[in-house]
Design a protein around this ligand. Structure first.
Ligand SMILES: C[S@@+](CC[C@H](N)C(=O)[O-])C[C@H]1O[C@@H](n2cnc3c(N)ncnc32)[C@H](O)[C@@H]1O
Length: 475
């Protein structure tokens, strides 16, 4: 999934309401009609931010929620404000980015695994260990606050001694720091090694050790904006902020609508489509609209389609903020194959397909722990149907860009094969179109971006991009 360009990055999530499970233990209401009896005391939460982080981790790893979902639904997190909220999000993200390493260290200290039912205690150990291994808090605070929270949560009270002993050992005994490759589940690492080799697989895993940079796409005049935003202009034209702000809406010129948040890699597919003013362009899977805005900014006649009505509203909001226009259409793009006329309707189509999104592991590190290869197969099947629809809707002579933020060849290779089998021609991406990323061009002329690229500059999301042309009809 692409980052919503209208929203702040994860360090400062926006509050929202609803959801389960229940918040802190204990009674919060005042009993009615009980004479002069004192209202029962609400147990004192010794550390609301760490408590919220632990609950986020328990939801994600035990209930397979995404981080975004957990942050939206978990009341202990939703109720935090300001710095506490930022700290809780930071702790949860840091725990997920180092999870495999943390679990390896915990396994070496625990005599036996915790029972399956010990959700809070297990999450508490993971968040506590993350603070120690990643140096996120002084050891006395990491250990002491974790023990306090173990005593605070009724379900984990019986584990308080164990939490104390294990975290103390991690804090005081010399530990061999696990290799970065353990940051990701071995299942995914093995797949990347098979696809790209051992060094590349290690590079992908190591990308989790760094906070992803925040990139912006601009409507015009990148140089001028770079100066006022304290940003670097990347070789591909995106802006990369030197400091990641807590709240992107506080950046100068945000209200002017002249830029939006979009990773440098995510900005390439729309650019490589190379549309011209007046062309009929379809953005098939458009929400939240980062690429729609790029296409609309060229002066093309853009239709943005998405199956999800709520997400299309975000495209509308993003277009409104940036004063750009596109026709919006809520529909399953697979139906295009039935409705397009024989000649095809569009001069250019961008198929930024729904995918396993393993390329965005730096921003969504939980996805590696809650997704499986079965998800890859499911997305590959959906992409096949979307490709069929895109090919039908493309005019002869028109161009199609297929893109996915997935690292899995099972999602990219079949799409390329399908395009070729349908009679499309691959239009090789030229080195000058991807400056400083020439090495990412494959033998077929597609682009395969890995998260370890530009590591010294702050990395990038993983993407695969293929560009096709539909042959003119022969009469
Ligand atoms: C990778 S995201 C697109 C990101 C977007 N292009 C951007 O740059 O902001 C994939 C999108 O595909 C949409 N989608 C999934 N299945 C679809 C379908 N059958 N037809 C149309 N859209 C679909 C999802 O709702 C999601 O918004």
């Amino acid at each position: 999934m692409s980052h919503d360009p209208s929203r702040p990055p994860r360090s400062r999530p926006r509050p929202s309401h609803g959801g389960r499970p229940k918040g802190p233990p204990g009674r919060t209401g005042s009993p009615k009609g009980v004479g002069k009896a004192r209202p029962p005391r609400t147990p004192f939460n010794p550390d609301p931010a760490r408590y919220a982080a632990v609950r986020l981790i328990a939801h994600i790893l035990d209930e397979r929620w995404t981080l975004e979902e957990a942050m939206r639904k978990e009341q202990a997190f939703v109720g935090l404000d300001g710095r506490d909220r930022g700290f809780a999000a930071h702790l949860a993200l840091a725990t997920l980015r180092a999870l495999g390493m943390i679990d390896a260290v915990l396994a070496s200290k625990l005599e036996r695994p915790l029972p399956d039912s010990a959700h809070f205690a297990r999450a508490l150990l993971r968040v506590g260990a993350a603070q120690l291994i990643e140096g996120l808090a002084p050891p006395h605070a990491a250990v002491g606050r974790s023990v306090d929270l173990a005593k605070f949560d009724p379900a984990s009270r019986g584990f308080a001694g164990l939490v104390n002993a294990i975290l103390r050992r991690i804090a005081t005994e010399p530990i061999e720091r696990p290799a970065d490759r353990l940051r990701v589940p071995v299942l995914w690492w093995n797949r990347w090694r098979a696809a790209y080799g051992e060094d590349a697989a290690d590079g992908i895993a190591a990308s989790l050790a760094r906070q992803p940079a925040l990139d912006l796409s601009v409507k015009a005049d990148a140089e001028h904006l770079a100066a006022s935003l304290d940003a670097e202009v990347l070789p591909t034209g995106s802006l990369r902020l030197k400091e990641t702000p807590g709240d992107v809406t506080s950046l100068p010129h945000w209200a002017d609508g002249v830029f939006w948040v979009q990773d440098a890699a995510a900005a390439l597919p729309a650019r490589l489509l190379g549309v011209r003013p007046g062309q009929r362009v379809l953005d098939m899977c458009a929400a939240p609209g980062g690429k729609t805005m790029q296409l609309a900014a060229t002066g093309a006649d853009v239709t943005a389609m998405d199956v999800d009505a709520a997400r299309i509203r975000r495209v509308a909001d993003n277009l409104a903020r940036t004063s750009l226009t596109a026709r919006l259409h809520v529909a399953d793009a697979r139906t295009l194959a039935e409705t397009s006329d024989r000649q095809g309707d569009y001069d250019a189509i961008l198929l930024d397909a729904p995918c396993s999104a393993t390329g965005t592991l730096r921003r969504n590190p939980e996805s590696l722990w809650i997704k499986t290869p079965a998800d890859v197969a499911r997305f590959a099947s959906l992409q096949r149907d979307l490709m069929t629809a895109a090919i039908a809707a493309l005019k002869p002579g028109g161009r199609l860009v297929y893109a996915v933020c997935s690292l899995e060849p099972e999602e990219a290779d079949p799409a390329v094969a399908q395009g070729l089998a349908a009679g499309l021609r691959l239009v090789p991406i030229e080195p000058h179109e991807v400056p400083s990323l020439e090495h990412a061009i494959t033998a077929q002329g597609c682009v395969r971006l890995l998260p370890a690229y530009w590591a010294d500059r702050g990395g990038m999301d993983g993407f695969f991009i293929a560009r096709f042309e539909k042959p003119m009809l022969v009469s």
